[in-house]
Design a protein. Structure first.
Length: 255
């Protein structure tokens, strides 16, 4: 092989390598795609397949299951009851989009009187009530069983140390139409729509005997609003403890 042929071969191979290098650089993302939270693989900093690490989706092992602390049916008029369950949520930085629940009410013989279902927002880091009001029953309820059906959990920006919504100034007014008054504060510069607020009244034995729910249609940035709950019957006792629960959606929080 003479010098001229060698030079042509060298130039040819150099050209081939240059074309290959350019092609590899151009199509490298197709050949070796960057890890994502939707590629059905555990890669990058993920704790599981497409969950944990930098992904918004939480891995199941990192989510604390919500639990039911107690459930009751509270009479509000003949054959009409409010059903309430107190839920414990110990997750501090994640939530599901909606928590579905099923109430099953039994009589003294263990027979089902009625069932009712629904869904609710689950505030983070604490207890909150689920309430179904004005449920008709043809028998006296003996026991209420609450089942929870939680969805996938995602990271949220709401911080327990700096909650978006706070409650202050609760007071009780007795009478033929008992009332509870409270104030709800939006602590952040974000508007909030259709905010449910729930109330639970406890007797001297720390048993819930009445519940209520209202909805604030609109809460402006850093606004405080006064709310009230009323009942259409006279209570036999005044509450020794009143808890007010703003049911704030943690996905609406701002950083």
């Amino acid at each position: 092989m003479n010098w001229s042929t060698k030079r042509k071969l060298t130039y040819g191979l150099s050209l081939v390598f240059a074309i290959l290098a350019i092609s590899f650089y151009t199509f490298r993302d197709n050949i070796f795609p960057a890890p994502t939270c939707f590629d059905k693989k555990q890669n990058s900093y993920e704790s599981g397949v497409d969950c944990g690490g930098t992904c918004l989706l939480m891995c199941k092992q990192d989510v604390i299951p919500l639990t039911v602390k107690w459930s009751r049916a509270l009479p509000v008029s003949p054959n009409t009851y409010d059903i309430v369950a107190m839920i414990s949520n110990k997750n501090i930085n994640n939530a599901s989009r909606a928590l579905t629940y099923l109430f099953t009410v039994y009589d003294k013989n263990g027979q089902i009187i009625t069932t009712t279902t629904g869904s609710t927002v689950a505030p983070i880091n604490g207890d909150f009530p689920i309430i179904k009001q004005n449920i008709k029953m043809d028998k006296m309820p003996k026991e209420v069983i609450t089942q929870l059906f939680d969805g996938l959990h995602y990271k949220v920006t709401e911080k327990p140390t700096s909650p978006t919504v706070r409650q202050v100034n609760t007071r009780y007014e007795a009478g033929d139409i008992p009332r509870v008054f409270s104030s709800i504060i939006n602590t952040k510069r974000v508007t909030i729509s259709n905010l449910p607020v729930r109330a639970v009244l406890y007797d001297m034995y720390d048993n819930a005997f009445a519940v209520g729910e209202t909805v604030i249609p609109f809460l402006d940035k850093e606004q405080m609003k006064d709310i009230s709950f009323t009942w259409g019957m006279t209570f036999k006792q005044s509450p020794t403890r009143i808890n007010i629960y703003p049911i704030f959606d943690p996905f609406e929080a701002v950083k």
